[in-house]
Design a protein around this ligand. Structure first.
Ligand SMILES: [Zn+2]
Ligand SMILES: [Zn+2]
Length: 272
């Protein structure tokens, strides 16, 4: 029986459906032995006020730490954060950090790469001369630069820009420029971010039928010695264990024999 753990968990403190307590109850009902919360951090978008986020995040931290005490012995709870690359905040209170690129900036305008197909198409048209490859290069460059601004444990959803590919095919993932950009991103984070996630969040929300990242990158993560972490990027507790076995199977197919789970002693490898 595989150990069930999810370190990529959202709640009503950001864009999740359930409160942290409800997520804890889902975790117990589904047989999890541990759960890590990873609220979204603030971002550099000027319309998102940092002081508002700081206040809300303080409440988030207090709530998760209080649940950690309350459920001690029944569920190991960890306090994490899904950090938007490039922001300047105090990282010390967290058990672990997930580093992510959701936001790109062009000509003073910010856009999220995972909001909707319409926003993606609009950004490609207006900021990248209609070239999805230029857009992909900008995204992967931002991933490559992540270690310059923060120290992360887990690299989030490596090829997030492919979120809407099953709705509409935009990216030629075999194009030499796309491949080069992704490999450059891996060069940038290798040896600096120890773990990557296989992430089923877009499956539970109906966008995709397979997790991030694509098999090609799973093999590349393996070849380069990254540790694998299985996450469900959960925004709704009912999906806390979404496609967990599929993720394990994909990791095995890519050559992994173990994946990492977070314990009170840090990340440890466990057999797949
Ligand atoms: Zn994310
Ligand atoms: Zn997330």
């Amino acid at each position: 029986m595989m150990i069930l753990q999810n370190l990529h968990t959202h709640s009503t403190f950001c864009d999740g459906k359930h409160t942290p307590r409800e997520m804890v109850e889902f975790a117990l009902a589904k047989g999890f032995s541990s759960l890590g919360f990873s609220s979204h951090s603030c971002s550099n978008r000027p319309d998102r006020i940092k002081s508002v986020w700081l206040e809300r995040n303080e409440a988030y931290r207090r709530e998760v730490l209080s649940l950690k005490e309350e459920y001690r012995g029944r569920l190991d709870i960890f306090l994490g954060l899904e950090v938007e690359a490039g922001i300047d905040i105090d990282f010390t209170p967290y058990d672990y950090l997930i580093g992510a690129v959701h936001l790109l900036e062009r000509n003073g305008e910010y856009f999220e790469v995972d909001s909707s197909l319409a926003i993606t198409e609009d950004a490609i048209a207006r900021h990248f001369g209609g070239s999805p490859l230029d857009y992909a290069e900008a995204y992967f460059r931002a991933v490559a630069e992540m270690p310059e601004t923060g120290r992360y444990d887990i690299l989030a959803h490596f090829d997030l820009i492919t979120k809407f590919e099953e709705q509409k095919h935009l990216f030629d993932e075999n194009h030499p420029r796309y491949v080069r950009a992704a490999l450059d991103a891996l060069d940038g984070v290798e040896g600096k971010i120890p773990f990557f996630e296989i992430n089923t969040g877009a499956i539970s929300r109906g966008y995709r039928t397979t997790p991030y990242p694509a098999m090609r990158w799973l093999r590349e993560f393996k070849r380069r010695g990254f540790g694998a972490v299985i996450t469900t990027d959960c925004h709704n507790g009912e999906w806390l264990d979404c496609a967990y076995e599929m993720s394990a199977e994909l990791l095995r197919s890519a050559g992994f024999t173990e994946r990492f789970v977070l314990t009170k002693e840090g990340f440890i490898p466990t057999k797949l």
